[in-house]
Design a protein around this ligand. Structure first.
Ligand code: AHR
Length: 528
C-alpha cells in the first residue's frame, strides 16, 4: 500500500471515530415588516467614532510620521485610511475624552520641530511630541472622508483659548490666526461639524457640579464661534454639552431645564451620554480573550441596559424639549475590558471578539430604535483602544469583528427606520436570560429595504421566516458574521479568523426563509 492510499484509509476511519456534535435544531422566528409606517431617520452620525490621544490610538494607530517606512500620506497610515474609508465614518471625536480637558491646541500647530514635548497626564504620563495636532487631525479627517467633532478644553482651558482654536480652524477672513493656519499649510477654513463643550465635567473634566458646569457651558456657547462662512445658519456647527455618565437624571435635569428658557446668547444641539459595558463593575476586569459562554451572557445582558439608560434620560429631555430639538449624543460607548496582559494599563488595550461584534450590533439597533432622539453616537475607540475597529502592531494591521459590523451596517446610515415585529424569545445560561434574537429594518435613499438579524443564541441556528406579502420581494442577499467560538478574535498571525461571508435567500409563496448561524450578525438587502 502506498502512502497516499494509507492516508485516505486513515482519513475515512477517523471520520467514523470522531464523535459528531449533537445536531442542535434551529428555532424559528417569524418576522413581519410594516413598510407603510416608516419611523425616524437613522442619522449617519450614530456610526461615529472616537479617537483620543491615548495609548496607540493616534500615535502608531493613525500617525507614523512622514519619514516612517510604513506607507503613509503626510504621516498618516495608508492602510488605516483605506480600511476606514470603507466604513464611511461620519464623524470622529478628538482629542478626548479626559485628554481633551488637558489639551492646549497651540502645542500642536506649526513646524513639528518647534512643537513642545508635553506629558499626557490623562493617560500614563507618557511624553507627547504633539506631532499629531490640529492640521494632522484635519488631514486625517479629509483622507478618510469624515467630519470633525472637536472637544474643547473646559477643565483646564479658558473660553478665550477655545475661541482662538475655533478661529484658527474656521476663520475665512485674514485674521492673524487664519493666516497662521494658512502658513501651516491650509489657507481654506476647515469645517468643524460638531463641538463638544468639555468632557465628563462631573469627573475627569473637573469634578464640577451640574450648576457650575451649566455656567461654563453658557459662556463657551456664547463666545466660542465657528467662523466658517459655509457653516452659518442651517449648516451651523452642532454644540454638544456634557451629559450624564450614570442612569441618574439630575445632571440632565439641570441642563435641560436651563435650556428650555435659554435666550439668544447660548444654545445646544446635543447632550452627551457616556455608557460603557464592563459586565462586572469598575475597574473593568472581564477578559477580552479566552473567555467562555458565561462571560458572553454577562456582557450582552449588561449592554442591553443601554435601552433603559436612554429611556430614563429621554423622559427628562422630553419634558423640557418635546420637539426633540436637542439630540442625545452617546459619544462614548462600547465594551471596556481588562487590559491585555503585558500592556501598559493606561493604554486601555484589549482584543475584540465575535462577542464584541454582537454587542456592537445590539447597541446600534438600540440607537436606531431611539433615532428620533439619539442622532449621534461615537464608539470608544477607533484604533488600538477599548472596542476598536482596527488593531495595529508596527507595520501590521488587523480589522476586528466590530469593524466588520460597522461595514455591514453602512446601508443603515441615513436610512429610514421601518418597524419590524417579532417575538425575541429567550435564551438562558446560569440564571442570565437574553433575548434569542434582535432585528432592525430600514429603507435606504434608493428605496431598498435592509434587514439586520442578530442571533444571540451561542448554540442554536435560527430559521428566519419573513412575511413578504405586499412587499414584492423576490430574494435577499447580504453578509453574515460568525466564528467558531464567542471569543474568536483576529490576530496578527491569523488576521482573517472572523470575517463576514455571503448569505442569500429566496422567497417562496410570499415567505422569505433564511437560516442564520448561532452567535451571528446578518445584514441582507431585500431585493424587489
Ligand atoms: O474612553 C476612555 C475614557 O473614558 C475617556 O477619556 C473618558 O471620557 C471616559 O471616562
Amino acid at each position: 500500500m502506498n502512502a497516499r492510499a494509507f492516508r485516505s484509509i486513515l482519513r475515512i476511519s477517523l471520520l467514523f471515530l470522531v464523535p459528531t456534535a449533537p445536531l442542535l435544531t434551529a428555532q424559528t422566528v417569524h418576522l413581519s415588516i410594516d413598510a407603510s409606517k416608516p419611523g425616524a431617520t437613522i442619522n449617519r452620525n450614530i456610526f461615529g467614532q472616537f479617537a483620543e490621544n491615548l495609548g496607540h490610538g493616534l500615535y502608531g494607530g493613525i500617525w507614523v510620521g512622514p519619514n516612517s517606512s510604513i506607507p503613509n500620506t503626510r504621516g498618516i497610515r495608508n492602510d488605516v485610511v483605506q480600511a476606514l474609508r470603507a466604513l464611511k465614518v461620519p464623524d470622529v471625536r478628538w482629542p478626548g475624552g479626559c485628554f481633551a480637558d488637558e489639551y492646549h491646541w497651540r502645542n500642536g500647530v506649526g513646524p513639528a520641530a518647534q512643537r513642545p514635548a508635553t506629558l499626557n497626564s490623562a493617560w500614563g504620563n507618557v511624553v507627547d511630541t504633539n506631532a499629531f495636532g490640529t492640521n494632522e487631525f484635519m488631514d486625517f479627517i479629509h483622507q478618510i472622508g469624515s467630519e470633525a467633532y472637536i472637544s474643547v478644553n473646559v477643565g483646564s482651558g479658558t473660553p478665550h483659548e477655545a475661541a482662538d482654536w475655533l478661529e484658527y480652524m474656521t476663520a475665512a477672513a485674514p485674521t492673524t490666526l487664519a493666516k497662521q493656519r494658512a502658513a501651516n499649510g491650509h489657507p481654506e477654513p476647515y469645517k468643524v461639524g460638531m463641538m463638544g463643550i468639555g468632557n465628563e465635567s462631573w469627573s475627569c473634566g473637573g469634578d464640577m457640579t451640574a450648576d457650575y458646569y451649566l455656567s461654563q457651558l453658557k459662556i463657551y456657547s456664547r463666545f466660542v464661534h465657528n467662523d466658517n462662512p459655509s457653516q452659518q445658519g442651517a449648516n451651523h456647527m452642532l454644540e454638544i454639552a456634557v451629559g450624564p455618565g450614570t442612569p441618574e437624571t439630575a445632571w440632565t435635569e439641570t441642563i435641560m431645564k436651563a435650556w428650555q428658557h435659554h435666550d439668544w446668547s447660548w444654545n445646544i444641539d446635543g447632550l452627551s451620554l457616556h455608557s460603557y459595558t464592563v459586565g462586572s463593575g469598575w475597574p473593568p476586569s472581564m477578559p477580552s480573550t479566552n473567555f467562555g459562554v458565561d462571560d458572553y451572557f454577562k456582557m450582552l445582558k449588561s449592554t442591553l441596559s443601554m435601552d433603559d439608560f436612554l429611556r430614563q434620560q429621554e423622559a427628562v429631555m422630553d419634558r423640557y424639549d418635546p420637539q426633540k430639538k436637542v439630540a442625545l449624543v452617546v459619544d462614548e460607548w462600547g465594551a471596556w475590558l481588562a487590559p491585555l496582559p503585558g500592556t501598559n494599563k493606561a493604554f486601555l488595550v484589549q482584543q475584540n471578539s465575535l462577542r464584541d461584534a454582537i454587542l456592537a450590533s445590539l447597541n446600534l439597533n438600540i440607537f436606531a430604535r431611539h433615532a428620533d432622539r439619539v442622532r449621534m453616537a461615537n464608539i470608544a475607540q477607533m484604533i488600538n483602544v477599548l472596542q476598536a475597529m482596527i488593531l495595529t502592531d508596527k507595520e501590521k494591521m488587523i480589522l476586528t469583528p466590530t469593524y466588520y459590523v460597522y461595514k455591514m451596517y453602512v446601508p443603515f446610515q441615513d436610512a429610514t427606520f421601518v418597524p419590524v415585529d417579532f417575538d425575541p424569545g429567550t435564551v438562558h445560561r446560569d440564571g442570565v436570560t437574553l433575548p434569542r434574537v434582535d432585528a432592525l429594518c430600514a429603507r435606504d435613499a434608493s428605496g431598498k429595504l435592509w434587514l439586520e438579524i442578530t442571533n444571540l443564541d451561542p448554540e442554536k441556528p435560527l430559521d428566519i421566516n419573513l412575511d413578504t406579502a405586499d412587499m414584492n420581494i423576490k430574494s435577499a442577499k447580504g453578509q453574515t458574521l460568525t466564528a467558531p467560538a464567542v471569543d474568536s478574535v483576529n490576530t496578527f498571525t491569523a488576521p482573517n479568523s472572523v470575517m463576514p461571508k455571503p448569505i442569500s435567500a429566496s422567497v417562496n409563496g410570499g415567505r422569505l426563509t433564511l437560516t442564520v448561524e448561532p452567535k451571528s450578525v446578518t445584514v441582507i438587502a431585500l431585493e424587489q
